[in-house]
Design a protein around this ligand. Structure first.
Ligand code: GDP
Length: 424
């Protein structure tokens, strides 16, 4: 297995965790390159069910090195809790390595995230309120605090105090918050330093050595293409870049090292939070997709908005990520349907589109054009080979691949590892 990036092809929650866990068996290194503990990967294996928010999915494999790259923002207490949970259930974290250049989510970032969202009222972005956006904002403003700062008490205090001054003013004067306890909370972070110290490493160098030695490396994207801060539905996006290109930036490796980009895509669509979603179904079919697919957030428990597969958005995701393969997940959720609709184009402002409308207003008003395909009306969760899938299911997958301009390399027919059809 070469160097592969796994990227969400939709609005996140595509089932990336399962695919990464599965491929992680073959990978010697698994890397997270962006996002924070707003990601939620659920994986199931012989040890049980794990909801991972920061730690790469490959952690369950004792022979895999799990790297949290510089592009990730880290809440140390959330990371500590996740490590403790894994260890307590018999999963060793000895192979976890964290970039010293990864930025920290500080207590004031979390507070700012909450009060900003509240003050936006019905214009809110729908963030998870975990401080991720404000942490990335401070990184860009060059007042961020990095993982390596935890290792030097003096530097840490200097940096926190400098950052606190302006943050306290904003929180007090703009948002009318009591900031008395914030400094104490920041000090609490230092106590975490001792326990996280063994995990901090030069992860860029580690990765370079792994690639040079011909090891298999898997980059695990969080969220999805349509939530990318540059290429998604701005401003209803995450505050980082889930697209495959950022795997290089967020880990410290060059683009020429990457061999494959696999996009994970559900057989239908979901979206959490606010923002445009042309194929959203507010009717019984939408509720049925939510119930059968258990479409509730791993991290927040929030109800996901559900709809038909959007092939315009998928074609776009194939393009901006340079995808070489598609992994279609949750095909089994469509088992009972007589007819399955797929969106092949939009109409907006009297104009029709078969590519993403470049202007956001046109996308906000996009009305989907559907094509109806026959359902298979059979339980496919036991199928393991492409040729054993019902003809209608193969027809559906072929249609998706053809429209998206990318071959299907893997089909997931259930949450468990073995409930998978490998095409390649
Ligand atoms: P991620 O963030 O992209 O990993 O997505 P989630 O953690 O939200 O995972 C999607 C959920 O669907 C998890 O509960 C998985 O166990 C489950 N899941 C993954 N693949 C399949 C599948 O093919 N069929 C079904 N029914 N469930 C799946």
């Amino acid at each position: 297995m070469p160097v592969t990036v796994i990227v969400g092809a939709q609005w996140g929650d595509e089932g990336k965790g399962k695919v990464v866990d599965l491929l992680g068996d073959e990978a010697q290194v698994v890397v997270r390159y962006q996002g924070g503990n707003n990601a939620g990967h659920t994986i199931e294996n012989e040890r049980g069910r794990f909801a991972l928010h920061l730690v790469p999915s490959g952690i369950c494999n004792p022979d895999t090195t799990a790297i949290i790259g510089n592009g990730v923002v880290i809440d140390p207490s959330a990371l500590r809790a996740e490590i403790d949970e894994l260890e307590s259930r018999g999963v060793s974290t000895a192979n976890l390595k964290i970039s010293g250049n990864a930025h920290l989510i500080m207590p004031y970032h979390i507070l700012l995230d909450k009060v900003r969202e509240m003050s936006l009222g019905n214009k809110k972005i729908g963030t998870t309120r975990r401080g991720i956006g404000p942490a990335y904002a401070d990184k860009a403003a060059r007042v961020g605090i990095r993982m390596q700062d935890l290792l030097d008490e003096k530097i840490f205090h200097q940096k926190v105090q400098a950052a606190m001054r302006s943050k306290s003013d904003i929180l007090r004067l703009v948002y009318d918050q009591n900031v008395a306890g914030l400094e104490v909370e920041c000090d609490r972070y230092l106590q975490m330093a001792e326990t996280l110290r063994p995990y901090i490493a030069d992860t860029s160098l580690l990765l370079w050595q792994a690639v040079a030695a011909g090891r298999s490396v898997l980059f695990e994207g969080a969220q999805g293409t349509m939530l990318d801060i540059d290429h998604g539905t701005y401003p209803f996006v995450t505050s980082s870049n889930p697209v495959a290109g950022f795997a290089c930036v967020g880990s410290g490796i060059g683009p020429t090292a990457i061999d494959e980009v696999w996009g994970i895509c559900k057989a239908y669509c979901t979206r959490v939070g606010e923002g445009p979603f042309p194929t959203e179904l507010l009717d019984d079919t939408g509720r049925r997709l939510r119930d059968v697919g258990h479409e509730y957030g791993t991290t927040t428990g929030r109800e996901r908005r559900c709809g038909w597969l959007d092939l315009v958005a998928l074609r776009y995701a194939v393009r901006v990520n340079g995808m070489t393969g598609l992994c279609i997940t949750k095909l089994d959720v469509l088992n009972d349907l007589d007819e399955i609709e797929v969106c092949t184009g939009y109409v907006s402002g009297g104009q029709s589109y078969d590519e993403m409308p470049p202007h956001q207003s046109d996308f906000h008003h996009a009305q989907p054009l559907y094509q109806s395909l026959p359902g298979w009306k059979a339980d496919i969760s036991g199928v393991r080979r492409w040729e054993d899938l019902p003809a209608e299911a193969r027809g559906y997958l072929d249609f998706v691949a053809e429209s998206a301009g990318c071959p299907v390399v893997l089909v997931s027919v259930g949450p468990r590892r073995e409930e998978t059809v490998r095409v390649r």
